[in-house]
Ligand binder design. Structure first.
Ligand SMILES: [Fe+2]
Length: 289
């Protein structure tokens, strides 16, 4: 086998050496990558340039690709690829584009079947800054103080794009509840069986069955714990890097700390995951909340 693994020091991540993205993975290579991914949550492939089509071909080996819900983000030549770019069509800085992905979250947690994993391939990067941070939510759970654990374990919460922050800032309204979905606060991983913190600051709205103010206070306490640096690792991007990350047991966040007049451009694909709850049952809970 041509692939080699070098695990990063720290709580999350491993480098994969020797990838040839145009070539299908052999069964033993795919198994090695899947096993390492489940254990380390973040894989980095360096010096492996990809076209939108080759990123699709590579990432599809890990599951069914999920096109972005917003058609304007899809690339015409490869509709399953989302263009992540900080400039508009005229080359002007695009604040909305640049702010996508900034703030701790996991992808598609506002969907009933949130993402399994995401692939991000660097096409152009700024001269400094713009790192992506990752945090291991298994360890956040494993090390969590018992008195916090017992207040969040077994709870369900409502989630939406923008979460309670959008609600509390008045950007979203309570009437928007029809778009809410339900996931556990502490999730059992469908493949490893391990528990991790699934709620994230960017998507969670409210712990079901808990009054709003009390839910906010508990979530603030939970997230203050989860944001500890000991759970984190940062990717310093190079052109032609690809990162594959877990969305079921890891958080990630972009950094808007780079020169904003410099181009930052990535291709992204997302592999579909599985629902976390029985939707019909969860919708009854939402209606009662
Ligand atoms: Fe993301």
């Amino acid at each position: 086998m041509a692939l080699k693994i070098r695990e990063f020091e720290g709580p999350i991540g491993a480098e994969v050496l020797g990838l040839e993205p145009e070539k299908p993975l052999a069964p033993d290579e795919l198994k090695l990558l899947e096993d390492t991914f489940l254990r380390r949550l973040v894989l980095r492939f360096r010096d492996a340039p990809m076209t939108p089509q080759s990123l699709c071909g590579f990432s599809r080996q890990f599951g069914e690709l999920q096109p972005h819900i917003a058609k304007q983000y899809r690339l015409p030549e490869a509709p399953e690829v989302v263009l992540m770019i900080n400039q508009d069509a005229n080359g002007n800085f695009d604040k909305v584009g640049a702010e996508r992905g900034v703030g701790w979250h996991s992808d598609l947690a506002y969907d009933w079947a949130p993402a399994r994993c995401t692939f991000l391939h660097a096409v152009a990067i700024p001269s400094r800054g713009g790192n992506t941070k990752f945090a291991n939510m298994y360890i956040a759970w494993d090390k969590m103080p018992e008195n916090l654990r017992k207040r969040v374990d077994g709870k369900l919460a409502s989630y939406r794009n923008g979460g309670r922050l959008g609600l509390n800032q008045g950007i979203q309204k309570d009437e928007d509840r029809s778009k809410d979905v339900v996931h556990p606060v502490i999730r059992v991983h469908p493949e490893t069986g391990r528990k991790s913190v699934y709620a994230n600051p960017y998507h969670v709205v409210q712990i079901l069955g808990v009054p709003r103010a009390e839910s906010d206070a508990l979530l603030d306490e939970l997230f203050a714990w989860c944001e500890r640096e000991e759970f984190q690792w940062q990717q310093e991007w190079k052109v032609a890097d690809t990162i594959m990350w877990e969305n079921r047991s890891a958080w990630h966040s972009g950094n808007l700390d780079y020169p904003l007049d410099e181009l930052r451009k990535f291709y992204r694909t997302t592999v579909r995951g599985t629902p976390t709850v029985d939707r019909a049952e969860a919708e009854k809970l939402l209606a009662a909340a």
